[in-house]
Design a protein around this ligand. Structure first.
Ligand SMILES: *Cc1c(COP(=O)(O)O)cnc(C)c1O
Length: 366
């Protein structure tokens, strides 16, 4: 059949291992499994949101409001922009897809850091665009500026904060990059963990309203999958100048968000208690992981997200550690596929983190 040749070589996204797989392969009961592999909210789905979902279930027979009026309005208010500045996607992932589809072809170039969210490269490859990577995995403004000047890419992805390393450019550095590039290059600010970064350090807080007024070639992405605990409902959003948003909407399939997801997202946005609790738990527990790493001479990058990445020297093999933990029912993310001898651990609840660190200590002793 006439499938496009370049798709044969394309390697799909490697998702965090699901709980079901560990149940099947290791015979561990689901209740005993700790999953800290996909940066989900360890506090689960808030009770308030669960109630909203229950109420909305009876409307499952209806198509959702395709204008997404309510959720767009709420987001517009929160971010001090107009509804016309917002697009909602089935996860922010889908908006990344729209962005690349709307610009990239065989002649295009896309600039990313050398260790960043894998979907940028996957969508770029589907579009057959050329991928250019900065030298370092962590984001360094000068590297992006230099690479921009040398290659003149059509799209730049800044992952702020960066998954899977946890590093985050300061707002001032983001502006410095934006000021150094021409307006015909689209800059995507993927802020899937932005709320965690802003909570830890004000210098990392990005203001989408200010950004899109100053830079019409910029789009800010957020998601309900991480802080808001709705990974399973697939809701993400993009904020940009209305002309940019209008183009992206042309690529959006009708009804790309279910009515249950729309209501749940709206409810999650308003559940400030749950949000504060999540942020507080995350930073508190993050410090425990950092102290553990320092004590055990494990290399780590200060993280502005809800995960921490441990980078090992030759004495420890990241895959062996992951395998060891899996057998004990703990799922974390091996970063070998990024070419790194490192693991990414989602910050869990206190009891979960205690267990994980105890097991890592045991592994390191052997
Ligand atoms: C999780 C994540 C996303 C997308 O999440 P969705 O569930 O598709 O909204 C986007 N970018 C980064 C960096 C992420 O880590």
């Amino acid at each position: 059949m006439g499938f496009k040749k370049h798709l044969e070589k394309l390697v799909s996204y490697e998702a965090g291992k699901p709980i079901e797989l560990v149940v099947r392969d290791y015979g561990i009961k689901p209740k005993g499994i700790i999953k800290l592999a996909s940066n989900e909210n360890p506090l689960g789905t808030s009770k308030k949101v669960q109630n909203t979902i229950k109420k909305e279930v009876k409307n499952a027979f209806r198509y959702p409001d395709d204008s997404m009026f309510e959720l767009k309005n709420a987001l517009a208010k929160k971010y001090n922009v107009e509804s016309s500045n917002i697009i909602i996607g089935s996860g922010s992932d889908q908006i990344i897809e729209f962005i690349i589809q709307s610009i990239a072809s065989k002649d295009s170039k896309i600039l990313i850091s050398s260790a960043t969210f894998a979907m940028y490269e996957i969508y770029a490859k589907i579009a057959q665009a050329q991928i250019i990577k900065t030298k370092d995995g962590i984001h360094i403004a000068d590297e992006f500026i230099e690479a921009y000047q040398k290659h003149k890419p059509d799209i730049i992805f800044l992952c702020v904060p960066n998954n899977p390393l946890g590093d985050c450019l300061d707002k001032a550095e983001v502006y410095r990059i934006l000021d150094s590039i021409s307006k015909d290059c689209l800059v995507v600010l993927d802020s899937a963990y932005g709320e965690f970064a802003a909570y830890r350090d004000k210098n990392k807080a990005l203001n989408p309203s200010e950004i899109i007024k100053k830079y019409k070639n910029c789009i800010y992405l957020g998601t309900f999958s991480k802080l808001y605990g709705l990974g399973g409902l697939r809701v993400g959003f993009g904020i940009g100048e209305s002309g940019v948003i209008k183009i992206l909407h042309k690529l959006r399939p009708p009804f790309n968000i279910t009515n249950i997801s729309l209501k749940a997202a709206l409810s999650a946005l308003n559940d400030t208690k749950f949000i504060q609790k999540t942020l507080k738990n995350n930073l508190q527990e993050m410090k425990i992981y950092e102290n553990f790493a320092r004590k055990n001479n494990i290399n780590f990058i200060e993280s502005y997200t809800n995960f921490i990445t441990f980078i090992f020297d030759k004495k420890v093999d990241s895959s062996s550690l992951c395998e060891f933990l899996l057998k004990k029912g703990v799922i974390i993310r091996d970063l070998k596929s990024y070419g790194l001898n490192a693991v990414r651990i989602t910050i869990g609840k206190e009891s979960q983190n205690k267990k994980v660190l105890k097991l890592i200590t045991k592994f390191l002793k052997n």
